[in-house]
Design a protein around this ligand. Structure first.
Ligand code: AHM
Ligand code: MG
Length: 336
């Protein structure tokens, strides 16, 4: 029999990682298993999104007269329900909800905190374009019982795990627990995530920039000059950078992680803090990018060093290859 790669399921990978920590209680692994179930449940629904009309669903009612939830509401509830009873979490917070989400009284609480964006890029759903989910895990800072806002408002550097699920031409679960970044592709026929991208590292420099250039007129001079620079001949490749932009952070960040370059959502005259959210989008992605050897910034400092003050705060964000983000910062800080 020819030598083939061994099949490594996400479940087995998580368990093998846990065995490297003799003091592990299994709570962290349990939490990751619950997250992978949530991912599969959301994927199942996402993959049916285009069938809504054919299946006789009209005005958000299906054939049996049940109210059908919008996909982003469905994803929000599904993640919460998959995570609320495992006993691993003390509190959650979701981009879809104004306040923190408590663990129901009848379930035990644990030592971890989960923040999530249940469906990123939701404006792309109806066009069948890549969407995703993002998660971020912290250790609680309060002693016991139900978690509080204080448990949620930690700087990104305190994350113990972060990751995303990308629902693209295939579905992938990409995550890090602070020991590199690993990607698993869903085999829908068996319902398992299989290790497909072990120890992802981002190239030191890329050839692609990814941002909403429609906001150009509202950018500050440094940002305008940086993008203008990218459009000129790059000495290393003898051609300008290419522009790629989906408008789903998960998709744009995933491509940037694999191919290198830069993903940015800068602040501008209208929205000085940009559009993306620190706690649900930028911190988890920044954790992944740093773990893959990339660089992250809000234009002034490392994203992960920002001390959050509110759950839904926005931040300018620059993620990518080390050389690309460094160069961008130089333009933003007027050094070029
Ligand atoms: P969402 O989480 O409500 O879908 O919004 C966030 C999305 C990001 O995925 C994406 O990077 C950004 O909004 C796109 O914004 P724009 O349309 O301004 O380019
Ligand atoms: Mg989002």
């Amino acid at each position: 029999m020819s030598a083939t790669k061994k099949f490594m399921t996400l479940e087995r990978f998580i368990n093998e990682q846990e065995q490297m920590h003799p003091s592990a209680t299994g709570a962290f692994s349990g939490l990751l298993h619950d997250l992978s179930l949530a991912a599969k449940l959301v994927w199942r629904e996402v993959s049916k999104a285009g069938l809504v009309n054919i299946l006789g669903i009209t005005d958000r009612m299906n054939v049996s007269g049940d109210v059908v939830k919008k996909l982003d509401e469905f994803a929000d509830e599904t993640v919460y329900k998959a995570m609320d009873h495992g006993g691993h979490l003390c509190v959650m917070a979701s981009e879809e909800n104004e306040d923190i989400l408590h663990i129901p009284d009848n379930y035990p609480t644990g030592k971890y905190v989960l923040l999530y964006d249940p469906l990123d890029g939701s404006s792309n759903i109806d066009a069948n374009i890549t969407i995703g989910s993002i998660f971020s895990v912290y250790r609680r800072v309060t002693e016991s019982g139900k978690g509080t806002l204080e448990d949620c408002l930690q700087p990104g550097s305190n994350q113990v795990a972060a990751g995303y699920i990308i629902y693209g031409s295939s579905t992938m679960f990409v995550y890090s627990t602070g020991r590199g970044v690993h990607g698993f592709t869903l085999d829908p026929s068996v319902g398992e995530f299989l290790l497909s991208h072990e120890s992802i590292t981002i190239p030191k420099k890329g050839k692609i920039y990814s941002l909403n250039e429609g906001n150009f007129c509202n950018w500050d001079e440094g940002m305008k000059r940086y993008v203008q620079y990218l459009k000129e001949q790059d000495k290393a490749t003898n051609r300008p950078y290419s522009l790629r932009y989906i408008g789903t952070m998960v998709g744009d960040a995933h491509r940037t992680l694999l191919y290198g370059g830069i993903f940015a959502y800068p602040g501008d005259k209208k929205n000085p803090e940009g559009k993306l959210r620190l706690m649900y989008e930028c911190n988890p992605m920044a954790f992944i990018f740093e773990q893959a050897g990339g660089k992250t910034s809000n234009g002034k400092q490392r994203i992960l060093d920002v001390q959050p003050t509110s759950l839904h705060q926005h931040t300018p964000v620059f993620l990518g290859s080390e050389e690309d983000v460094k160069l961008c910062e130089e333009f933003l800080q007027g050094k070029r």
